[in-house]
Structure formats: C-alpha cells, structure tokens
Unconditional design. Structure first.
Length: 111
C-alpha cells in the first residue's frame, strides 16, 4: 500500500453516493460517500474534511446502510445543520436533498 494513502482503496466499503458543493469558492467540487458512517467537517479526525469557515469542527455524521441515509448534527457548529432549509438534529435524507453546514451548501446524491 502506498504510504500516502489513509486507507487502502481496495478495502473501502462500496460507494453509495456523493456530496456536491453548491456555493462559494469550491462550487461543483464532488466528494464520494461510502457505505457506513462518514464524519464530515473541518476537524482533522473527520472522515471527509470540507472547506467550512469554522475551523477544527465536526459538522455532521452521515450514515448509509442498505440504501437508507440519515444525517446527524454533531453539535459543534454555531449555526447548526439545515436540511432543505429547516434546522435539524437527526433526520433521514434522500436523493437531491440540500444540506447546509456552517457556510457550505451541499447537494446529496445517492445511488
């Protein structure tokens, strides 16, 4: 395994969807989501590090299991988490839902 890899690409769970940045400097950047749990935010211990204004924060936990998807606000961001414009704490999500964490708007796309 290449020492620069965080994990072996052959060992990753299957791809189940994508997050697309819909605003700001990184508009149209795409992040791949794999089956299981994905911690998303700006903290170094996040599985997916995204460019938000609040540094070193955990934003959301995205859970994907057998075609079912949920997001949970991890409580570290000042503004919280929004799903399709409504503030949430723990909600199911579906294809084409809009997620807002900090100053970042993300489009969720699933297989």
């Amino acid at each position: 395994m290449d020492p620069s890899w965080k994990v072996c690409p052959r060992c990753l769970p299957p791809v189940c969807g994508w997050l697309v940045i819909m605003s700001g400097e990184y508009k149209n950047e795409v992040y791949t989501i794999h089956e299981g749990l994905t911690k998303i935010g700006s903290a170094k211990d996040c599985d997916l590090i995204v460019p938000i204004k609040e540094k070193e924060k955990q934003g959301i936990l995205l859970r994907s299991q057998r075609g079912s998807y949920t997001i949970k606000d991890l409580g570290e961001l000042e503004e919280g988490t929004y799903l399709n414009g409504a503030k949430i704490t723990d909600n199911a999500i579906t294809d084409s839902d809009m997620i807002k964490i900090s100053d970042l708007e993300l489009l969720f796309k699933c297989l």
